[in-house]
Write a protein of this length. Structure first.
Length: 263
């Protein structure tokens, strides 16, 4: 069994500040999820203040969901601060398989900053590994699990980071160990911002325990929460129920429901 109880208990009992630069489409939901887990989100992006904000945080989440010149400038200052102040960095390379600027920016961050967790969907992780766009002809449905497992292991070794590839089954690797997490709901991909929410939970969990177990816990909080939230109603009900279930999650629920494979 994955050892996660102490991490979750610690999160419920103690508050860490998580500096998150994320898409405005999901910032409110992500912030509320972190608050419900007893964590303190701060969503500063202005380049003249982010160095200080990151410096005073326990983790930095960089999400490429919505980018512009101003945000990229803020990201650069935040990454500089995290590197100089030993703040763990979680990178979510949203759209790295779709546009050149996103892929090149993500690769630049990986090559120049100590990224502790790289988290993307199968397509994004595939594109980063092969250093090429893959929107046409390659998506999460066409990449074989065995291939993405090997990519995760290799990327982890290349950049000394924990790699998370999200899909129907979520794959996590630290270069040696591989976990396949099988919980979830088919409704999750239909809800905007769940990737941002997951990134926030990962950043919080990792700030308490720099381990693959903390990443598995974070993924399980979202996916098991989604299973508990799924009802025979519409998407609005699912969204509210998901936020409820995450706020009520505990070690007992995760222990009873977690479905995973260790390679």
């Amino acid at each position: 069994m994955i050892e996660f109880e102490n991490i979750l208990d610690n999160m419920h009992e103690n508050t860490h500040t998580i500096h998150a630069i994320v898409s405005p489409l999901a910032s409110n939901d992500m912030a509320n999820v972190l608050l419900s887990l007893n964590q303190a989100p701060i969503l500063a992006e202005y380049h003249n203040e982010v160095y200080e904000v990151t410096q005073n945080s326990h983790a930095l989440l960089i999400n490429m969901g919505t980018i512009n010149e101003s945000k990229l400038k803020g990201i650069k200052e935040s990454l500089k601060s995290a590197k100089e102040n030993n703040i763990p960095i979680i990178l979510d390379p949203v759209g790295a398989s779709a546009t050149k600027v996103r892929l090149e920016s993500s690769l630049h961050y990986l090559e120049n900053y100590p990224i502790k967790v790289l988290k993307g969907n199968y397509s994004e992780i595939y594109s980063i590994y092969h250093k090429k766009l893959s929107t046409r002809g390659v998506d999460s449905k066409t990449i074989k699990k065995e291939e993405i497992v090997n990519i995760c292991k290799n990327l982890s070794t290349m950049y000394n980071t924990i790699v998370v590839a999200s899909g129907k089954e979520d794959i996590v690797s630290d270069g040696n160990e591989v976990l396949i997490l099988k919980n979830g709901s088919p409704l999750l991909p239909k809800l905007t911002g769940t990737g941002c929410i997951l990134g926030g939970i990962i950043a919080a969990a990792y700030s308490f325990d720099n381990s693959i177990n903390a990443i598995a816990l974070a993924i399980s909080i979202l996916n098991i929460g989604a299973e508990l939230a799924q009802k025979d109603k519409g998407m609005a009900t699912f969204k509210i129920s998901l936020l409820d279930e995450i706020s009520l999650i505990d070690s007992k629920k995760i222990r009873e429901k977690i479905d995973y494979e260790k390679l």
